[in-house]
Design a protein around this ligand. Structure first.
Ligand code: ZN
Length: 160
């Protein structure tokens, strides 16, 4: 598998709805592997296929908790409730962090790499990461949801 260059804003591919996956073949497995390697290389907690220039409904999420790596193909949010307001960034917007309101709980149905359906429920930061990546597949960027951006001083404090 390979680390791919990340597409940064502005780019049409980031604002175009992605196509559903129909073939669960070797190229899909390679795409998933490349996406995960790329996410880790750039210290992300999630990556959507359009961020490496592929307009397919594929995302990977790994926030470093006990859930581990989540591979989402053709994901759909089937339930969400509550709200959380917190900091959010994106590998396609290096250095940019803003405060974004998201649902606090989410239930997502998706296919795995073999084409088998599964559901995942999450709350807190994992729910935020899932919703951020699923937005990417619809060409929706977090900047359209930012309530306010953090300034440099606040960013330094967050980084410790
Ligand atoms: Zn993003």
């Amino acid at each position: 598998m390979a680390v791919k260059p990340i597409v940064t804003y502005p780019a049409d591919v980031l604002e175009t709805p992605a196509e559903p996956v129909t073939a669960f073949d070797k190229s899909l497995k390679k795409l998933l592997g490349d996406m995960y390697d790329t996410m880790l290389e750039f210290d992300g907690v999630g990556l959507a296929a359009p961020q490496i220039g592929v307009l397919k409904r594929v995302a990977v999420v790994d926030i470093g908790d006990e859930t581990g790596k989540i591979e989402l193909i053709n994901p759909k949010v089937i339930a969400q409730r509550g709200e959380q307001i917190g900091p959010e960034g994106c590998l396609s917007f290096p250095g940019l962090y803003g405060e974004v309101k998201r649902s606090d709980y989410v239930k997502v149905r998706a296919l795995n790499r073999h084409g088998k359906p599964f559901t995942i429920q999450a709350d807190g930061f994992l729910a935020r990461a899932l919703l951020h990546e699923i937005d990417h597949l619809d060409g929706i960027l977090f900047t359209s949801k930012v309530m306010r951006y953090y300034d440099e001083e606040e960013l330094e404090e967050m980084e410790g």
